[in-house]
Design a protein around this ligand. Structure first.
Ligand code: AMP
Length: 474
């Protein structure tokens, strides 16, 4: 496909100039496909994820179709989260896309006081970016008037519906004039979005740019096979070696808190964000990360939704997500605005199938890497421990090498007896034994791993010192 330039898309000089100031040299695929359609006032449904340039898409359409300096807003962008509302408002601010058109855009979201938002509304705005609950609230209180709306945008529509905003959203639509343009952006296209579009849109044009194109292009992706107990060790290696500005994802709020505590304990500058934190604190933490006061931000998916920070070097999936969409969404937080990014996923033995699945479904390559080596002579900040879960097979058996063999006059039975006695290990916990000349390999259940590794060598065999080491999984 011949690359298109922004000036082919029908945008005004003011918008083109703002884009140039922002360092955008050419439009992304979704911008190429959607901007000319949107400029005509046509309704549209675009399948596009964060990182594809969707905000620039609907933003430039709004700035083109809604006059600046009106009394009541001419466009409303609905978002599932406050962070996203704030980011949309920032992207459409007079520092960014509206630099030369002078449109005013404000963010409206819950979990914070009304006064500031009300006073901003009273001063007048051209565009509102907001979460459905608070938007509706301010309409009900009489501060927000949608009678002048010409353009409605639903951003991250799938998440909006997932979060149960459908009724609020429909209520808001009813407060807008019948004659208006509606655009829906969504990473996925579930049935309920199609139904919503049938009810509220007029012959919408569907735009489906092949996913991943922009998001993952300049991102190096790899994974490290590491057990749960050694993830913090692997993380410390990466952090010590690359000293990145990194966004670290965990699966649960509890895990986020635990990791924050652990990293701080070892002297890393890390902060956590998740949905259980007061809004004020979340904003402060995100601000500190944006400004570089903290290097490491640990987050849940919900808290990191829509997080738009251009200079994140690394995204680390401390816990591997099970959904491809989530993976793409997380990884797309790096490699933004033309920069290079790295995405590292920590994958336990039980999760490796996910990597294969994601590779097959997208055609991308996620290479396997070892935990990086330390710099010459450097000590680990967080030490490696033995992780029996990671080392054991599907039956929970780990393999150990013990320094006894035929040369010591033992057979399989004698060796098993010795291990049971020396380590106080039960019969049933001992599996296959491969007898060697000088040493042998013995399977022991992971629950007895520590006894095998620590207790067995405390005894001597006919006066001979015995050593045991745990082997990697076969
Ligand atoms: P979004 O998909 O709206 O979250 O945008 C992702 C990032 O790409 C944001 O940092 C935008 O500022 C940036 N961006 C959007 N369009 C372009 C473009 N045409 N060229 C370069 N960067 C862009």
């Amino acid at each position: 496909m011949a690359s298109q330039s922004f000036s082919d898309l029908g945008l005004s000089e003011e918008i083109l100039k703002a884009m140039e100031d922002m360092g955008w040299s050419e439009p992304t695929p979704v911008q190429v496909a959607a901007i000319p359609v949107g400029l005509k006032g046509t309704d549209l449904i675009a399948q596009a994820q964060t990182g594809t340039g969707k905000t620039g898409t609907f933003g430039s359409i709004i700035l083109s179709r809604v006059p600046a300096g009106g009394n009541v807003p001419g466009a409303i962008v609905l978002t599932p989260t406050r962070e996203l509302a704030i980011q949309v408002a920032e992207e459409l601010s007079t520092d960014r896309l509206a630099k030369y058109t002078g449109h005013r855009c404000i963010a409206i979201y819950g979990g914070t006081s009304y006064e500031k938002q009300i006073s901003e509304l009273e001063k007048g705005t051209d565009i509102v970016a907001g979460t459905p609950g608070r938007v509706l609230d301010l309409i009900d209180r009489g501060y927000l008037n949608l009678a002048g709306i010409k353009v409605i945008v639903m951003d991250e529509s799938d998440r909006m519906l997932d979060m149960g905003f459908i009724e609020d959203v429909e209520e808001i639509f009813k407060c807008c004039p019948k004659e208006r343009q509606m655009m829906m952006f969504s990473a996925t296209m579930p049935e309920d979005i199609r139904m919503l579009s049938n009810d509220y849109m007029v012959k919408p044009k569907e735009i489906n740019v092949s996913r991943d194109v922009v998001v993952l292009d300049n991102i190096e992706q790899f994974y490290i096979a590491v057990g749960r107990r050694n993830k913090s060790w692997a993380l410390s290696r990466i952090l010590d070696l690359d000293k990145p500005k990194a966004l670290i994802f965990c699966q649960t709020i509890k895990m986020v808190d635990m990791l924050e505590e652990r990293l701080k304990e070892y002297g890393y500058k890390a902060e956590a964000i998740h949905g259980d934190m007061p809004q004020k604190k979340r904003e402060r933490v995100i601000g500190d990360f944006r400004e570089g006061k903290v290097d490491l931000l640990i987050a849940t998916d919900v808290a990191a939704r829509g997080l738009d920070i251009d200079d994140v070097d690394y995204v680390i999936n401390y816990d591997m997500p099970e959904e491809l969409e989530t993976y793409i969404h997380r990884v797309g937080r790096t490699g933004r605005a033309g920069r290079k990014g790295t995405a590292a996923s920590f994958v336990t033995a039980q999760e490796e199938y996910l990597i294969k699945e994601f590779e097959v479904r997208t055609g991308m390559v996620i290479a396997k890497r070892d935990v990086p080596d330390n710099e010459e002579g450097a000590k680990d900040t967080i030490r490696k421990v033995v992780d029996y879960d990671q080392l054991s097979n599907a039956f929970g058996m780990c393999r150990f090498e013990i320094s006894l063999g035929k040369a010591d006059g033992v057979g399989k039975v004698k060796l098993a007896d010795y291990i049971m006695k020396a380590g106080r290990i039960i019969d049933a916990a001992i599996g296959k034994i491969e007898l060697g000349e000088e040493s042998s390999v013995v399977e022991v259940h992971k629950d007895f791993g520590n006894k095998m590794l620590k207790d067995v060598p405390k005894m001597t065999f006919r006066g001979k010192k015995v050593s045991v080491k745990v082997l990697e999984r076969e």
